[in-house]
Design a protein around this ligand. Structure first.
Ligand code: CS2
Length: 490
């Protein structure tokens, strides 16, 4: 019987193992949201930092809801394999930076202790866009978000991100322990300042004495994170066994490429992440905009148009010449909205992205990217569209992406087969089946959701006409015909 991965000692020499003695390094980071992306990204950089410069910087991973990560990782002492897949081949690496994997429900005391511990100098997060409970219009808390509502009602028994962090910062202050640095690693614009605004607003409402303390004493560096990480599948598990000789229930697979740009603001120290290739800059915003608009914006467009054209994986979308044309068109239009990035050649960045999307070894599902559209479209499509409108650059690609998303919110393929929308706003987005589907009615319904589409964009006739035309074509002639029409007009 194949044994479970529990030690990095007996791995085949084709598999890279941690370049340090794990037990010699204590924890220094609590990471909230130990999903595949964290394991493919920050944990790998930390593994490199530990190997290069040591330090007590191992990670206590916490999952707020699912017990699966801790069930997978705990029997493996936190060890797991990353499988990098690219044209250069398939490479396995066992990562040792996770010191523990906890679940808030089952290990509540240990989680709260870790958040309050003096050794914890950084709390990082990947909880997805919807995990924070931010009101995009005000930048403060969204009172209808379940975790925000629960934590405001019982701030001493926190369950969600804002409640836990404010509670822990208050405990640290009361016991004379310096605050940790808060590092948001989700694909949100200005993610550091965004989380700062959220916590200050939460504190004002729940623990007013903490608001100024957070504003003046806690660092929230902004960061741009990048690595394409498909959901782990049965094939990934089988590959882990083949490559490592062990059963690894926590294995993840990802592309070889990775990038991390971080604002260097860590008053209580940080791992030497530059050892893994992280880049420290004064202003992350231009990098973040570049990645959100070019990579993620194009991803969303190709996910909706691709899924509804019958393509399961991103690589299949890229193998469809008409969709590949629309991908390149979108990359170009997104690049035209960017400024302040003299150091980056956006043309070659776009080429690299198209190449990464084409990776034939990566089974990245369009349906995975299509999830949570209402949380993604504003920063990926609407804000750049508004900039394009203001500067007179092409709007059509953003209008097409919006129409494709709206078509997706109907929840049915062109042949009528249903699928789950998987969006926190799905009840408000899905058109009422009792009404005839008209492009105009669907757009009006979208505009009635406060805070989603900027008013200045809603009011731009050139924009709403273009979305309506594309959506009407998708409804009347089907997605494949709409893609052909858009690609031929390019
Ligand atoms: C994707 C991202 O699922 C999605 O919405 O666009 O997860 C994307 O793969 C990563 O941001 C790449 O770094």
């Amino acid at each position: 019987m194949t044994e479970r991965l529990t030690s990095a000692e007996d791995l085949p020499n084709t598999v890279a193992a941690p370049g340090y003695t794990r037990a010699a390094h204590g924890p220094g980071i609590v990471h909230i949201g130990i999903g595949a992306f964290h394991k493919a990204h920050q944990a790998v950089y930390t593994d490199d930092a530990l190997a290069a410069q040591g330090g007590d910087w191992r990670i206590i991973g916490v999952s707020l809801r699912s017990a699966t990560p801790s069930r997978q990782l705990t029997p493996q002492t936190g060890l797991y394999t990353t499988i990098e897949r690219s044209a250069k081949g398939t490479k396995a690496r066992v990562v040792g930076s996770l010191a523990a994997a906890l679940n808030l429900g089952e290990d509540r005391v240990a989680v709260l202790e870790a958040l309050c511990a003096r050794e914890t100098r950084i709390v990082s997060l990947t909880v997805t866009e919807k995990g924070y409970g931010i009101d995009r219009k005000t930048g403060g808390v969204d009172l209808s978000h379940p975790a925000i509502a629960a934590d405001l009602a019982a701030p001493d028994n926190p369950q969600g991100v804002a409640g836990l962090l404010v509670w822990a910062l208050a405990r640290r202050r009361a016991t004379g322990v310096p605050p940790f640095t808060v590092l948001c690693c989700d694909n949100l614009p200005e993610n550091g300042p965004m989380l700062r605004g959220l916590l200050i607003d939460f504190a004002r409402r729940a623990m007013p004495e903490m608001a100024d303390h957070i504003a003046s004493e806690v660092a929230f560096p902004a960061t741009m994170v990048d690595r394409i990480t498909p959901a782990t599948s049965a094939a990934t598990l089988a590959l882990a066994k083949e490559l490592t000789g062990h059963v690894d229930e926590a294995v993840i697979e990802c592309e070889a490429f990775r990038q991390w740009v971080i604002e260097d603001s860590f008053p209580t120290g940080r791992p030497a992440w530059e050892a893994g290739g992280a880049v420290f800059v004064d202003n992350v915003r231009p990098f973040e905009e570049m990645k959100l608009r070019m990579l993620n914006g194009t991803h969303s467009m190709l996910a909706y148009a691709g899924f509804l054209s019958g393509h399961r994986y991103v690589r299949d979308v890229m193998a469809d010449p008409l969709l590949a044309t629309l991908v390149r068109r979108h990359l170009k239009a997104a690049a035209a909205t960017l400024h302040g990035l003299e150091s980056v050649d956006l043309g070659s960045y776009a080429e690299d992205l198209a190449h990464r999307f084409t990776n034939p070894h990566l089974a990245h599902e369009t349906y995975q990217i299509a999830m949570d559209g209402s949380e993604k479209m504003p920063q990926r499509i609407f804000t750049p569209a508004l900039d394009a409108h203001a500067h007179g650059s092409p709007l059509a690609p953003f209008a097409f992406a919006t129409a494709a998303w709206l078509r997706y919110t109907i929840g049915r393929h062109d042949d009528g087969t249903p699928y789950a929308l998987r969006d926190p706003l799905e009840a408000r987005l899905r058109p009422d089946p009792a009404h005839q589907l008209s492009a105009r009615a669907i757009i009006d319904q979208l505009h009635s959701i406060d805070g989603l589409v900027p008013y200045a964009l809603q009011d731009a006739l050139e924009w709403s006409d273009a979305v309506e035309r594309d959506l009407a074509r998708m409804l009347n002639e089907g997605m494949v015909a709409a893609v052909r029409h858009a690609a031929e007009a390019t």
